[in-house]
Ligand binder design. Structure first.
Ligand code: URA
Length: 486
């Protein structure tokens, strides 16, 4: 008797999701079903309230009890790219999303490189779902407006009404928590509500617009908030207005202020820059505290874009610190350094050189993703932009803090931005790569190219640069072994 004999070949399975946004639940069930070899057309995913993928609904109505995966079932394969898209796509309001995600996961088992096939209809559909959800989150960050209400006892409470298109409320709780941690606030939506009392987050049932206070949003609060998403340094009036569809205007009584804001943009930009230069505060004393502080950092305009801070990761006493330029689109979405294409290439070369990434502290010279929006027939994309020397210098405050705490014996800076982040001046990689540069704390800096540079090359040029990169990494591994042995 094989382990799978309890799985009935022609049975249908209905999975009832506890919540419409419960990706973790979906993932666990999807893994078990794949390990039991249940094909996509035999599974129906049903959301609370009964809405599910009607086309996949079993004709028998009921569905079988879910089988247990056999103990020796092979692990389910899912690439990082799949997981990062799926996490967002699962929040879409499309009732078929869980079936599409399951089908793609199923197909990935036979074809692990499927996500690279940009023409595949399932890959494209999941990318589209992800894009719609990200856009909805972006709208929520930009258009939630708090109004002040007074509670019994005179305590201040701020309440906002928002109508998301997808199931994004819970996923965005952290964004509002980070920005308004010291206030008591509620966000009401037709799908559910969030309430923060300054200490704990509570969820509540769906609300109606009439439950929210009317009238002007709180001016000061709004200004602080708007400052966090309105980036004067990147002001593009046309793009800004196209980002503000009519649907949201009814919740934006302050839209009349926009001309003044545009007029004041120049001044605010210089204020931001000055704030970066003036900072002589005390640095947080732990890596966790730096992680929290960078989230709120607005010392340069990059921190004011719609992005999140990405903290370094790895052992807090690592002998090797690897420094990149700044998080990219993937890193911004996942909140971790070097997880996108450059990170994957880096992993290949580190492994080839015999350097264990898990033992290194991996971080970036600049903590936020700098990008510009590019609209094309395929929609809008966030295109990487290099940080300016001034932005790198402003962010040195944080990487110096990480270095003071981790105390690496050797720092490997990849690319010109990382080198500037460590040295405070611009250097030529070609001139100084492959040699130790003593740093004032007794550690050594080694400089090499950035893996994204290799990604931009092909043919012989790529092979030549890859060989130089490998040689640099091999030298670093040897020197590190010496330093660790001392
Ligand atoms: N490029 C970088 O410099 N850092 C990352 O984290 C990702 C890409």
């Amino acid at each position: 008797m094989t382990a799978l004999q309890h799985v009935r070949p022609h049975a249908y399975y209905t999975v009832q999701l506890p919540r419409s946004d419960d990706f973790a639940f979906w993932r666990e069930r999807a893994r078990a079903l794949i390990q039991c070899d249940i094909p996509p057309d035999k599974v129906a995913w049903v959301e609370p309230g009964g809405s599910g993928d009607l086309f996949a609904q079993p004709s028998s109505g009921g569905g079988m009890r879910l089988p247990e995966p056999p103990a020796d079932a092979p692990p389910v394969r899912a690439s990082k790219r799949y997981l990062s898209l799926a996490k967002n796509a699962a929040l879409h309001s499309d009732p078929a999303r869980f079936s599409v995600l399951y089908r793609l996961l199923w197909r990935l088992q036979a074809n692990p490189r499927l996500m690279e096939d940009k023409a595949d209809p399932d890959v494209r559909r999941v990318e589209e779902l992800d894009k719609n959800v990200r856009r909805d989150s972006h709208k929520m960050h930009a258009f939630v407006r708090f109004r002040q209400v007074e509670e019994e006892g005179g305590a201040e409470h701020y309440v906002a009404w928002f109508e998301p298109e997808h199931h994004i409320l819970r996923a965005n709780a952290g964004f509002f928590l980070r920005r308004f941690a010291s206030m008591r606030w509620s966000i009401l939506t037709p799908q559910g509500t969030l309430h923060w009392d300054g200490e704990t987050m509570r969820e509540g049932p769906p609300a109606q617009k009439s439950d929210a206070p009317q009238g002007d949003p709180v001016e000061d609060l709004w200004r602080t908030y708007y400052a966090s998403i309105f980036n004067p340094a990147r002001l593009k009036v046309g793009a800004m207005l196209s980002e503000m569809p009519r649907k949201y205007w009814k919740n934006l009584p302050e839209a009349a202020l926009i001309p003044d804001l545009i007029a004041g943009a120049q001044q605010r930009e210089s204020e931001m820059v000055a704030a970066g230069e003036r900072d002589d505060g005390v640095r947080p004393e732990s890596l966790e505290a730096i992680g929290e502080a960078i989230e709120g950092c607005r010392k340069c305009p990059i921190g004011c874009l719609d992005n999140r801070a990405v903290m370094g990761e790895g052992p807090s006493d690592a002998a090797l610190m690897i420094v990149g330029e700044q998080p990219g689109d993937h890193e911004d979405q996942e909140g971790r350094p070097f997880v996108g294409p450059a990170g994957q290439l880096l992993d290949v070369h580190l492994e080839r050189a015999g350097i264990d990434r898990g033992r290194a502290y991996v971080t970036n010279a600049v903590k936020h993703f700098k990008f510009t929006i590019k609209a094309s027939g395929r929609g809008k994309r966030r295109l990487h932009q290099s940080p300016t020397a001034k932005e790198i210098d402003t962010c040195r405050w944080w990487i110096e803090g990480e270095r003071e705490l981790v105390k690496p014996k050797l720092v490997l800076a990849m690319g010109a931005s990382a080198a500037r982040g460590m040295l405070g001046k611009t250097v030529s990689i070609a001139k100084i790569r492959g040699q130790a540069i003593p740093l004032e704390d007794g550690s050594e800096l080694w400089v090499t190219a950035h893996p994204s540079y290799l990604l931009r090359l092909d043919g012989d040029a790529r092979n030549r640069q890859a060989a130089l990169f490998d040689a640099d990494l091999a030298a670093v591994r040897e020197r590190l072994a010496e330093l660790e042995g001392q």
